[in-house]
Design a protein around this ligand. Structure first.
Ligand code: ADP
Ligand code: GLC
Length: 480
């Protein structure tokens, strides 16, 4: 099985969230199952070409491609990561910006170009995939660009396509003019037509319409997105493709995320040496300038500061919970309004709450391991990796019952025999607060039960192998 995997992020080269983790680990797992898979991503300015030993692929002078009569130049680079060949589209004009994603006026062109360049590169390197696996809006135009501009070339004639939706809320919406920039026929842009949604050109909608198969990153999210509440305006289009829509839960990379091998921790621990976890807690508290008190439940949070993650729900309950034997450590990057939000409480409850602002992988590991509980009150969560990381580290997740969170965490009061965390149903502060209190109660008064729950979580198998097998099965069904 030959797969071209197109993505805007891939660890360790470029990552802002879970897409980076998935694009790094899934191709490796598929390679181990015998797939020949090539990953394509843009060569962002932030990628250290020396450190990752990038070599030029193809012609030394690079390549020109024409989109809508405009010519652009790019070079192709490659490197190998765990037997997977990674290809980088080098075009400084587009990818030498201060961040991976931008609000610049040519954001549409940046990812249109990426898709053309990746498609063109397939022939350059002589790799004719059975399937092009697209991820999110940044490569969602591939099926239609293939149809309109590549299929007449025999090399591309029979290639099938899969679109994985990691997050339906990011759709790639731009003005009508983007149609032409994308080298697509303007006749197909009209109200209610295939390229249009609410007056805009919509990358994701086009992908959903023309791709051979679609999957989301958890089973539950594949069902949720058919509803108005979660469909982000695309529920109608998704309904028409329901027959090719499925859900495959992400896995986790246990070489990166396991307490027994994690290089970022001051001490490693496992199922049998769980008592060492408190050493990590002490180190985490020290780094966060908080005091250690074994009675205090330490709640950790790591995420992008965005609406999706549900921080706003904390608004009404921070006073209550911080008056208890509860401490909080938050690591977040993104919307600065959350800085002000947490600062209020840092001033009011000194020594009880710490905010680390920015992107910090080492600290993400330390918080995952050193906290007692891990909080994810997401409004929606296509999969969520952090709750699975937490489970693996014996850190009990407190989550909202949505998407992948609902598929991986079982509430202890709902199921004494399977409970591995705390799950609240509705996005209302009181429900969250009650769950935090349940967690605190068990943590303080029933240490044996807490430990059973920790061990239950640590024993769960979220390795990529399971998920990769499901992808392989899906690939096979697509080319049948
Ligand atoms: P999403 O992709 O929506 O951000 P996921 O739970 O799938 O959510 O994945 C988030 C990934 O990004 C995890 O690997 C998490 O540890 C990491 N991450 C998120 N925010 C930060 C941050 N501020 N610093 C370091 N890592 C972060
Ligand atoms: C998205 C989702 C997250 C998911 C990740 C990887 O960013 O928000 O829930 O885990 O993609 O698939």
């Amino acid at each position: 099985m030959k797969i071209a995997f197109l993505t805007a992020e891939c660890e360790p080269y470029a990552k802002t969230g879970g897409l980076g983790d998935v694009s790094s680990a899934l191709p490796v797992a598929l390679t181990n199952l015998g797939c020949d898979i090539r990953v394509f991503l843009p060569l962002y300015k932030q990628i250290d070409t020396g450190k990752f030993k990038l070599k030029k692929a193809g012609k030394p002078e690079g390549y020109d491609i024409k989109i809508n009569n405009l010519s652009h130049h790019f070079n192709l680079y490659t490197t190998e990561k765990e037997k997977v060949e990674i290809y980088f589209i080098d075009c400084p004009e587009y990818y030498h910006r201060d961040s991976i994603y931008t609000n610049d006026a040519d954001e549409d062109e940046r990812f249109i170009f990426f898709q053309y360049a990746a498609l063109t590169s397939l022939e350059i390197i002589g790799f004719q995939p059975d399937i092009i696996h697209c991820n999110d809006w940044q490569s969602a135009l591939v099926p239609e660009i293939l149809n309109i501009n590549f299929r007449k070339n025999k090399f591309y004639g029979n290639i099938k396509t899969l679109l994985t939706i990691h997050n339906l809320a990011y759709q790639g919406t731009f003005k009508k003019e983007t149609t032409l920039k994308a080298g697509l026929p303007i006749e197909k842009f009209f109200p209610g037509g295939p390229y249009e949604l609410y007056g805009n050109f919509n990358f994701l909608k086009i992908g959903i319409e023309y791709v051979d198969s679609i999957n989301t990153v958890s089973q539950r999210y594949s069902e949720e997105i058919l509803t108005k509440e979660y469909g982000a305006g695309l529920e109608g289009v998704l309904e028409t493709r329901k027959n090719v829509l499925s859900g495959i839960l992400n896995g986790i990379d246990t070489k990166e995320w396991s307490p027994e091998v994690d290089n970022y921790l001051p001490v490693n621990y496992n199922y049998d040496t769980l008592n060492l976890k408190s050493e990590v807690k002490k180190e985490l508290l020290k780094r966060s300038h908080l005091n250690y008190n074994s009675e205090n439940l330490l709640i950790g949070m790591v995420s992008r500061f965005v609406w999706q993650k549900g921080y706003d729900i904390l608004n009404d309950i921070m006073d209550e919970i911080l008056s208890e034997n509860i401490e909080m450590i938050i690591l977040g990057d993104g919307d600065k309004k959350y800085l002000d939000f947490f600062q209020k409480y840092i001033d009011k409850y000194p020594g009880k709450i710490c905010l680390h602002y920015g992107y910090n992988n080492e600290l993400a590991h330390l918080i995952t391991a050193g906290s007692d509980a891990f909080l994810m009150p997401s409004r929606y969560e296509p999969c969520g990796l952090n709750q699975m990381y937490s489970l693996r580290y014996g850190t009990l997740p407190i989550v909202r019952k949505t998407g992948g969170l609902a598929d991986t965490v079982t509430d202890i009061t709902e199921d004494e025999k399977k409970g591995n965390g705390f799950v609240f149903e509705n996005f209302v502060p009181i429900e969250l607060m009650n769950k935090i209190y349940t967690a605190q109660d068990i943590f303080k008064n029933d240490k044996a039960k807490w430990k059973i729950m920790q061990k239950r979580g640590m024993e769960m198998d979220f390795t990529w192998n399971n998920s990769a097998e499901k992808y392989l099965r899906l690939y096979k069904s697509i080319i049948k």
